[in-house]
Design a protein around this ligand. Structure first.
Ligand code: MG
Length: 260
């Protein structure tokens, strides 16, 4: 498929807001995914979700009749795993919820002498003692790694503070910068591109977030295809100063040559 000057041979696809919104599939999305399967089109699905294992995401996709296998999904925790393995599997300290922690069982772990601390979402389990543990480890030389550094998110009870504040606080007290893994960080895109086996010039990222998906992909020399579903708001696009390479009403509007 031609996008501007680029010949696109493979796709990175955001999940939430592109293929489904909450628990409802985007109309026509399952058909697009099935045609990618049938046409052997290189693709990888990217999500910043840090509270679910790959298996539980796969189950959710199956319930919505989206034909995507667990191996085709790259989550921020999965990208973190690749990042840690590339570092020679250091001794780690994990600040992760139990479901995600299960995916890291193969790593050596220590609360007192770790080479890396990985922070994800643990809800209201944050305590002063836990922050102090991370502070001591990072002050002692451990790398501070965060699955993301979001500021807040919307819940039924209103806005809720996200882990970005803890990451920023730990940076402040240790004088060190965190390595961030999830979108829009280059780390997750690097892992995804390596698995696709394609040069970024031949890859398009399809997403509903103008900054995290489109701007971040363009910064890595990929094309950015914005869909007007999910969190898409025209005002956000205007305010961002980012120009997508292509804008579609929905993933279902991808031209036929992108599917075979
Ligand atoms: Mg999204």
């Amino acid at each position: 498929m031609k996008v501007g000057e680029k010949n696109i041979r493979g796709y990175l696809v955001d999940l939430d807001g592109v293929l489904y919104v909450d628990r409802t599939p985007v109309p026509g999305a399952a058909n697009v995914v099935q045609r990618w399967v049938d046409g052997h089109i290189p693709r990888f699905y990217l999500t910043n979700t840090t509270t679910k294992s790959r298996a539980s995401i796969e189950k959710k996709l199956r319930e919505m009749a989206l034909p995507i296998a667990a191996e085709e999904i790259l989550t921020a925790p999965e990208a973190a795993k690749s990042y840690l393995m590339a570092k020679g599997s250091p001794v780690c300290n994990f600040v992760l919820n139990s479901e995600v922690l299960a995916d890291f069982a193969d790593f050596r772990q220590s609360d007192t002498a770790a080479d890396a601390v990985l922070i994800g979402d643990i809800g209201n389990a944050w305590t002063y003692d836990l922050l102090n543990r991370v502070f001591r480890l990072v002050s002692g030389g451990a790398e501070l790694i965060a699955l993301h550094r979001n500021k807040f998110w919307e819940t039924e009870a209103g806005l809720q503070m996200d882990i970005g504040a803890f990451v920023a606080g730990l940076e402040y007290v240790t004088g060190k910068s965190a390595t961030v893994i999830g979108k829009p960080s280059p780390a997750i895109f690097a892992v995804a591109l390596a698995r696709l086996g394609l040069h970024p010039h031949y890859v398009a990222m399809i997403g509903d977030d103008i900054e995290t998906d489109i701007g971040a992909a363009q910064a890595q020399k990929m094309a950015g295809i914005l869909v007007r579903t999910g969190k898409y708001r025209e005002s956000h696009v205007r305010a961002s100063g980012i120009t997508p390479d292509l804008v579609l009403d929905s993933v279902a509007d991808l031209p036929p040559e992108s599917l075979a």
